[in-house]
Design a protein. Structure first.
Length: 305
């Protein structure tokens, strides 16, 4: 009898050990499968792909913080209640340790709320293919603001950033271009900032377009053509002034009567905006001639007789 009891206990222990071994094997298999599945979802990590655009700007934190403090203290002290450290943290949280092709508007929403500020009426200046000229103009004429003259645009202008799934969570070597994936950190940021800038516009707004672009001054694929023009509020914006600027010495590809400008005017009229279009708006043309005083295109600018 004791021998039979001993044999029974041995069988029970054997069954128990086998059960534990099966359970452990199942756990190990689950961990391996989870790892493989996770790896499959993350195989587009920047460590595995060489993107085509430049990587994250070196010393990005210092650049963003420096610009933020400069903007709210030296340039716009009325915004002194903005928290630059929180603004930096919200920007970092939007992309760090994230796949740079899976960024969403929700990632940037906290940043947009922290950095937004009112835009005075009659000051909004939109642009497409005229960035350098538009920014030179707003620097010489404080009556106008481009997106890059707001806190959000000022901090982000000409810097880049994107995340990495592995430490340190930031890719300094390369970031994806828009052609590689639409939902990259830069594209999503500028689309959101542009939408917010357009929604804030009121009174008379200005649009500076390039009449020397062969493909047309107004392009539906541009940020202005695809986002800003459709987020202007007809109840807040009284008029849209189009300044169609041609490069000094450049081709005169389009005027206010051109095909793409007429398409833009139709879009604006359908949304009940009043429109004025002017070829080579004189104050801006004078600024162009400052850099090209001897050019024949500038004779009308410099000859007062």
């Amino acid at each position: 009898m004791p021998l039979q009891q001993g044999s029974a206990r041995m069988r029970q222990r054997t069954v128990l050990l086998v059960g534990i071994a099966v359970l452990l094997a199942a756990l190990v298999l689950a961990v391996v499968l989870a790892s493989l599945l996770t790896h499959g979802r993350h195989e587009a990590s920047p460590k595995m792909l060489k993107w085509k655009d430049r990587g994250t700007t070196k010393n990005l934190q210092e650049v963003i913080l420096g610009r933020c403090y400069n903007y709210i203290t030296a340039q716009h002290p009325e915004l002194g209640d903005k928290d630059c450290l929180k603004i930096w943290e919200s920007l970092k949280d939007a992309f760090i340790y994230k796949n740079p092709c899976n960024i969403t508007p929700e990632d940037y929403q906290p940043l947009m709320e922290l950095a937004s500020h009112p835009i005075p009426c009659n000051k909004s200046l939109f642009w497409s293919k005229t960035g350098d000229l538009a920014h030179r103009y707003t620097k010489s004429n404080q009556n106008f603001l481009t997106l890059e003259d707001t806190l959000l645009g000022y901090m982000a202008d000409k810097v880049s950033w994107c995340g990495d799934l592995t430490a340190p969570g930031i890719n300094y070597e390369s970031c994806p271009k828009r052609s590689e994936c639409e939902s990259n950190p830069g594209s999503v940021f500028w689309k959101m900032a542009s939408k917010m800038f357009a929604e804030a516009a009121c009174g008379v707004v200005q649009v500076m377009l390039n009449g020397s672009v062969e493909a047309g001054a107004f392009r539906s694929s541009s940020i202005f053509g695809s986002i800003e023009v459709f987020n202007l509020d007809p109840d807040r914006v009284s008029e849209v002034h189009i300044w169609l600027m041609q490069d000094i010495g450049g081709p005169q590809s389009e005027s206010c009567s051109g095909h793409s400008i007429q398409r833009l005017i139709s879009i604006l009229e359908e949304r009940n905006f009043k429109i004025i279009c002017e070829d080579n708006y004189r104050p801006v043309q004078l600024l162009q001639c400052v850099h090209n005083p001897g050019h024949t295109d500038c004779r009308l600018c410099t000859n007062s007789t």
